[in-house]
Design a protein around this ligand. Structure first.
Ligand code: FE2
Ligand code: FE2
Length: 407
């Protein structure tokens, strides 16, 4: 339960955040009581710093603080620096950060010297045998972002990683994996730039610190030890960076559907070599987005002319693309297009079409249509094997005909 008292997470390691009324975005600060080399982690802002210092004063002398760890330069972490600059009297207090954050932190106009993590082997020595280790987590969500780990308590101070919007700010430590992930998911979807970067950063943390007793983030919930590993794995699967898909509007749920379709099409392209199978797969994927009804693939085959693979036909048929359908050009030779039908024959979602256009160079592996005669194998089309068929004359009305698939 969060109240006006500090909460001890491990011996000498305290939560000293300030609870903001009517705010789902709670900000946590942490204090490591380490004598004259004590540490304040992610100090906070003018909204929280007085409450944080009052909590510290109930544990130890605030003048024991030597290190102000600023995991990145956001105002919810660092806007308290001018206040601390005026309030703390010690002359040797340092701001621990990374150079890219330092470049911004000076704009807060504080008096502290810097202790750059990269110049100190990513470590702050504390008492004998104890250190606060720092780990670079680039682009999560700041280019020079980092997290830290107390070697004695084995707590990771994860800054914005594992952060979340919380429906109940009275809960600090959570033992409920689903609850933690449900609250962390929208925060990461909005603030973290990509799933790949997120998974890479989390993997670095796990590799460096195989034993983690607690995860103490700057927002959301402290993650209890028994769900730490599952929380790492759950967080790695969160779909981030979807705003790169946005042009039409910023509806996150719609973008997540498009992002999922993109991931599944990419996966399908790795294993599918046949046009018919690909069309079936893309149709199934697009149906799940609720943005498109069906798609068909048209290829202008040498000697045969436009040939269509669609989900309503068990075999490819001779048919040119219907100009009434929105088309995605699949660049290359022979000409090929993907035609998209919408649920109600309106124009498909702009962002969905843009995603398909972006993916189009990968949607026609060269092996589909470029196998030299005599080297075709089942499952791959060889134009040379169809050369004996009568050519499809330009301008001739499209006619459905039975075409034997050549795979
Ligand atoms: Fe941040
Ligand atoms: Fe933050």
């Amino acid at each position: 339960m969060m109240d006006d008292d500090p909460i001890e997470l491990a011996e000498g390691v305290w939560w000293v955040g300030a609870r903001l009324a009517d705010d789902t975005f709670q900000c946590h600060a942490y204090f490591i009581d380490n004598g004259l080399n004590s540490v304040l982690i992610d100090p906070g802002s003018p909204l929280t710093i007085e409450s944080t210092l009052a909590k510290i004063a109930s544990i130890a002398d605030p003048e024991s603080i030597k290190y102000l760890v600023v995991h990145h330069s956001d105002p919810d972490i660092a806007a308290a620096l001018p206040y601390l600059s005026d309030t703390l009297m010690r002359s040797d207090v340092v701001v621990v950060t990374e150079w890219r954050a330092m470049a911004l932190l000076k704009h807060y106009k504080h008096r502290f010297e810097y202790y750059l993590a990269e110049e100190h082997d990513w470590t702050i020595p504390l008492s004998a045998g104890r250190a606060l280790q720092l780990q670079f987590t680039p682009y999560l969500h700041f280019p020079g972002a980092m997290v830290s780990y107390d070697t004695r308590s084995q707590i990771v101070f994860s800054s914005d990683l594992f952060g979340g919007f919380v429906p109940d700010s009275t809960i600090l430590i959570s033992h409920d994996l689903d609850y933690v992930l449900d609250n962390a998911r929208p925060f990461h979807q909005h603030y973290m730039p990509s799933t790949q970067l997120l998974a890479a950063g989390l993997g670095r943390i796990q590799k460096r610190w195989p034993t983690i007793r607690l995860i103490a983030p700057q927002h959301g919930h402290v993650v209890a030890g028994e769900i730490v590993n599952a929380a790492f794995e759950g967080l790695k699967g969160i779909d981030c960076g979807v705003f790169t898909l946005a042009d039409a509007d910023l509806d996150l749920r719609r973008l997540l559907r498009i992002s999922e379709a993109k991931a599944r099409i990419t996966e399908a392209l790795l294993t599918i070599a046949e046009p018919a199978t690909l069309v079936a797969a893309i149709n199934a994927i697009l149906a799940g987005t609720h943005e498109a009804r069906e798609c068909a693939l048209y290829v202008d085959l040498p000697g045969d002319g436009w040939t269509m693979w669609g989900q309503e036909f068990s075999k490819p048929i001779s048919r040119p693309p219907d100009p009434a359908w929105p088309l995605v050009d699949l660049p290359g030779n022979p000409a090929a297009v993907l035609a998209i039908h919408t649920q109600d024959d309106t124009h498909p979602d702009e962002d969905l079409m843009r995603m398909l256009h972006d993916m189009s160079p990968t949607m026609r592996p060269a092996r589909w249509f470029c196998q030299p005669p005599g080297r075709a194998s089942r499952g791959r089309y060889c134009a040379g094997r169809r050369a004996h068929r009568p050519p499809h004359r330009a301008g001739q009305p499209a006619r459905a005909r039975s075409t034997t698939p050549h795979w």
